[in-house]
Every structure is written in structure tokens, then in C-alpha cells.
Design a protein around this ligand. Structure first.
Ligand SMILES: Cc1cc2nc3c(=O)[nH]c(=O)nc-3n(C[C@H](O)[C@H](O)[C@H](O)COP(=O)(O)OP(=O)(O)OC[C@H]3O[C@@H](n4cnc5c(N)ncnc54)[C@H](O)[C@@H]3O)c2cc1C
Length: 351
């Protein structure tokens, strides 16, 4: 079977790409190894400039015009006239995006895992029957996340990556909190992101500055110090690839985490996945302006990398920068949106 475009992975990057490409008339297939779309180890935070303004309002579970930022020396309450961050249920977001892609004409094959890829020839395996199938496409998009097989098949290493751990703790959590403490989380941070009847309580670090086992140990002692009872809840950890080395390799493209476009500083990646997915579809159908959108995203990604490299120099410096940034945020000299991946956001075309 020959397709114009095969997309590997039905996360936000792959589904955004599929909806856009199919709407432009491309015969588009999405392969997803899981049997359902959406579920993902994630805190589900979306930012104002990035996505809150552009996703349907009912997708947001909770939104927060107030943020609580804690450092070893300060507790800052930051307020804004618009919600700084909202939380979404990744399964609901995934299902909504899958519906849009299918309505645009994309074919979605769930429970179908990419096994091998040579150029534009893709071999996949159906989970149910175990049957292998060879498919051909004019273009392939790797949207298969941080451990992307498409990326590995291109010979690209992933040296710069973060690790995030999250516990979905039941209960009503009234506040969205960020905890910067370089003694426990180096250049990273811990968070409480409330959802409807639970919260993602977790932490993120650059794995080059801390091993995942140390992150877990420090996170558990931090949660205890905050009086957060994790009880029987199972923690889940995953890598976040921020080793961006380009998005186009001949007729094979990478988007989202597969491209390493998540932020190394904050771990924010849903926005980058959607913007890069849509832009790559536009590049394939030769629509104007898409390369500039990707260049802008790459610039912001680079800005976050530079800040991360500075914080990684030593923990005392990270502590000083964290305290100074918090002071600047409290006084209004710095705006919280400065750390969004959509920092210089300009609405991307939706047609
Ligand atoms: C603990 C944690 C917390 C996070 N919190 C946030 C947050 O609050 N806000 C935010 O913006 N980002 C957050 N992120 C990052 C965010 O989850 C990712 O950046 C985002 O999901 C990337 O989207 P994607 O479409 O590129 O990849 P993914 O969402 O990872 O989707 C990739 C898809 O490809 C599929 N796949 C993989 N391999 C194959 C294969 N061989 N064959 C077929 N299918 C395959 C997977 O099953 C998956 O469905 C967090 C990450 C972690 C780990």
C-alpha cells in the first residue's frame, strides 16, 4: 500500500501533522503502537501564549491565573489577568485531536507498531494479529516521542534529555505550585499541577546533572516535607528529549519529542509538538511561512538550552539565579510568560 505520508506516533505532534496534511489532500496514515490514543506520562500543563488561547475552552480541566513559586528563601504568589497555565487530561486531548485528524481524512491504525524503517519503506506489526506489513510513503514523519525509532534509524543520537517523574495523586489541590530547589532538583524543579479530581505531583531534571534514581529519592523526600501523601499511587517516569538536530532529513521529518523540540529548561513539550507537527505538514504541501514558524520555535528552544547550560554550571549559581528570577517575578520586572516555549508567540495559521 502506498501513502503520500506515513506518520509514526499519535501523540499531539503526529495528530496535529495528520490533521493538517489530510486537510490539504494528502493520503495520510498514522501508526500508533498503543491501542488507545492520548495516555502519556505528563503533567498536562498548557500555557497561555502556547495553547490555552487556541484549544477549545472545555479542554482545560483547571486554569490558574495565580502561580505559587517556592525557592529555599522565598514564596512568591504571581498573579495575571489571564490564566498563566491550565491543565488538560492527555487522554481527552488525544481523543479530540484524533477525531479532528480522522475528520480531515487521515487513517489511524491503533495497536500498530513501527518495527523498521528504511528510507520511506516502513515495516509495522499489528499487536492483535502479530502480522507484519510493509508500507510505502512519499514522506515519513517521526512523531514517535523521546525514544523515537525513526530518529534512531536516521543515526541521530539523543545526548541531551531530561527525566520527568509524576504521581497522579487523588484529591482536591487548590494551588498550582512550582518548587525550585537546586539542592534537590539541580537545574530542574518539582511541581503540583492540579487537575479536576487529582493533581500531577512530580519533578523534572536534566539527566546530565542528576541520575533518575537520585531524582526519585529527592522527589520522595521533598513530597514528604510538603506533607503530600503519595500513598499507593504509582509514580511514572519518562525521558524528555531536547537534543534538537534539525527536522528534515531528505523525505523523512521529525517533530515534537522525536525531534528533541521539548524545552530542556522546563520540560514543556506539548506546544512544540503541535507547532512542529503542523509546520512540517505545511512544508510537505509547500505552504508559505512554515519554515519560519519552525525557525522561531528552534530559536526559543535554543534560548532555553542556553539558560539550562548556565544553571548546570554549578548548584550555587543555579540557586542565585533562581532567587534573583523569583525576586524579578515578584517585583514585576520579569513576566512568567518569559519561560514559555511560545515566548514570542504569533498565532499560527489554522486554515
Ligand atoms: C513527567 C512528565 C511531565 C510532563 N509535563 C508536561 C507538561 O505539563 N506540559 C507540557 O507541555 N509537556 C509536558 N511533558 C512533555 C510532553 O509530555 C511531551 O513533550 C509531549 O507529549 C510530546 O508530544 P509528541 O507528540 O512529540 O510525543 P508523544 O506524546 O510521546 O507521542 C508519541 C507517540 O508515539 C507512539 N510511538 C512510539 N514509538 C512507536 C512505534 N515504534 N510505533 C508506533 N507508535 C509509536 C507512542 O505510543 C506515543 O503515542 C511532560 C513529560 C513528562 C515525562
Amino acid at each position: 500500500m502506498k501513502y503520500d505520508l506515513i506518520i509514526v506516533g499519535a501523540g499531539p505532534g503526529g495528530l496535529a501533522c495528520a490533521a493538517r496534511a489530510a486537510a490539504a489532500g494528502l493520503k495520510t496514515l498514522v501508526l500508533e503502537k498503543k491501542t488507545q490514543v492520548g495516555a502519556k506520562v505528563c503533567a498536562g500543563g498548557i500555557t497561555w501564549n502556547g495553547l490555552i488561547r487556541t484549544v477549545p475552552a472545555d479542554l482545560a480541566e483547571r486554569s490558574f491565573p495565580e502561580q505559587h513559586l517556592r525557592t529555599p528563601l522565598q514564596h512568591a504568589t504571581l498573579r495575571s489577568s489571564t490564566p498563566i497555565i491550565a491543565t488538560v487530561d492527555r487522554q481527552v486531548l488525544g481523543m479530540r485531536m484524533a477525531e479532528l485528524a480522522a475528520a480531515a481524512g487521515a487513517e489511524l491504525r491503533l495497536g500498530c507498531r513501527l518495527c523498521a524503517i528504511v528510507g520511506q519503506e516502513v515495516t509495522c506489526q499489528a499487536a492483535k494479529s502479530g502480522r507484519h506489513e510493509r508500507l510505502l510513503a512519499s514522506f515519513v514523519v517521526g512523531a514517535d516521542g523521546s525514544s523515537s525509532l525513526v530518529r534512531r534509524s536516521l543515526g541521530l543520537a539523543t545526548e541531551a534529555a531530561g527525566v520527568g517523574i509524576t504521581y497522579q495523586v487523588p484529591g482536591d489541590f487548590p494551588r498550582m505550585e512550582w518548587h525550585l530547589d537546586p539542592r534537590r532538583f539541580a537545574s530542574g524543579y518539582a511541581w503540583v499541577f492540579p487537575h479536576r479530581r487529582s493533581a500531577s505531583v512530580g519533578a523534572y531534571v536534566d539527566r546530565r546533572s542528576m541520575a533518575a534514581s537520585d531524582l526519585r529519592r529527592n522527589f520522595l523526600s521533598w513530597a514528604e516535607s510538603q506533607g503530600i501523601a503519595l500513598g499507593e499511587v504509582r509514580g511514572r517516569a519518562e525521558l524528555i528529549n531536547f537534543d534538537y538536530r534539525g527536522y528534515r532529513f531528505g523525505n523523512t521529518f521529525l517533530v515534537g519529542d522525536a525531534a528533541g523540540l521539548a524545552s530542556g529548561l522546563t520540560g514543556e513539550g506539548i506546544y512544540s509538538a503541535i507547532v512542529s507537527g503542523e509546520a512540517v505538514a505545511d512544508i510537505i504541501v509547500a505552504k508559505d511561512g512554515a519554515a519560519e514558524r519552525l525557525a522561531r520555535l528552534a530559536r526559543n528552544h535554543h534560548r532555553h538550552r542556553r539558560m539550562l547550560d548556565l544553571l548546570n554550571r554549578n548548584r550555587l549559581l543555579a540557586m542565585l539565579i533562581g532567587e534573583a528570577a523569583t525576586l524579578a517575578l515578584r517585583s514585576g520586572a520579569l513576566n512568567f510568560s518569559a519561560i514559555e516555549m511560545a515566548h514570542d508567540h504569533q498565532p499560527f495559521s489554522r486554515q
